[in-house]
Design a binder for this molecule. Structure first.
Ligand code: MEV
Length: 289
């Protein structure tokens, strides 16, 4: 038996724009998914296509048990975390010798297959390596970690990433002169934020701007507006939706001492709050004893 766990992710800046080759910044976050794999002769009897595909791709049989701290379908990369943790646990249990890069690329392949062509290579990368990750020229690179205090607000409104990405693509095809400057502005905010990680007030201001630009792309939602407003008015440096939008989650950058006040304000606005910070471990093996 082997247990591995993998973190979730948030986009700090640049979601949607990355789909068009612009830069983005994502971060591994503390809530994790834990997967225990046991050997077995029979094919796995699980009702997760991600887990089924992990066994199929690696050519072994066994069963898997998931324990998740991450809400699903909320933009926090829970399916990537399940896939990465399962592959890693299979790797441990069967001594397959896969390194992290092999796990990340296989997990992306599985996500693409299960999600019928549209998957985020950022989700599987961040879940495998953790840390702060810069997406640039469609490649991903780990940046020095930053100690940001974040509160996540889950709207509990489920969303479909593929539909939202398709919608933005369609908006751009039909209105390039309107959409391209918005994507350029998101790029500018992302690049400037890289120089302002130590100036959290400015970083928060950039988050507010990025949120407004995402709304301009059409991926806002009234519940996101409500939670973002609640976070800002209760003392956050800044707040924005994270991930595909249209529901899902928002993040607030908070002064350390105000995290619980901001979390309470998000809950009072009918969101589910998670107080979090950076995860720098990525996928890891847990002690089963
Ligand atoms: C979804 O978490 C982020 C998007 O930018 C899609 C992607 O990066 O693949 C909307």
């Amino acid at each position: 038996m082997a247990t591995c766990s993998a973190p979730g992710k948030v986009f700090l800046f640049g979601e949607h724009a990355v789909v068009f080759g612009k830069p983005g910044i994502a971060m591994g976050i503390k809530p994790r998914v834990f997967v225990t794999v046991r050997r077995g002769k029979n094919p796995p009897r699980v009702n997760s296509p991600y887990i089924e595909n992990c066994f199929e791709q690696t050519g072994v049989n066994g069963s898997a048990y998931i324990h998740s701290q991450l809400p699903s379908s909320s933009g926090l990369g829970s399916s990537a975390a399940v896939t990465v943790a399962t592959l890693s646990a299979i790797n441990e249990e069967y001594n397959l010798g896969m390194d992290r890069s092999h796990i990340a690329s296989t997990a992306f392949k599985i996500e693409k297959k299960v999600q019928r062509g549209r998957a985020s290579p950022t989700d599987t990368f961040v879940s495998t390596y953790g840390g702060l990750v810069l997406v640039k020229d469609n490649k991903r690179r780990i940046l020095p970690p930053e100690n940001l205090s974040l509160v996540i607000g889950n709207t509990m409104v489920s969303h479909k990433t593929a539909e939202l990405v398709g919608m933005v693509g369609e908006f751009r095809r039909s209105n390039p002169h309107v959409v391209d400057p918005i994507l350029d502005a998101i790029e500018a905010v992302t690049i400037r934020s890289l120089h302002n990680f130590h100036n959290q007030k400015t970083l928060g201001r950039y988050m507010d701007v990025n949120h407004a630009l995402l709304e301009a792309l059409g991926v806002g939602h009234p519940m996101l507006t409500r939670l973002v407003t609640a976070a800002r008015t209760s003392g956050a440096y800044g707040a924005k939706m994270t991930g595909a939008g249209g529901g899902g989650c928002m993040i607030a950058l908070c002064p350390k001492r105000s995290k619980s006040r901001i979390a309470k304000a998000i809950e009072a606005a009918e969101g589910r709050a998670i107080i979090t910070s950076i995860d720098t471990d990525g996928v890891r093996t847990e002690d089963d004893s």
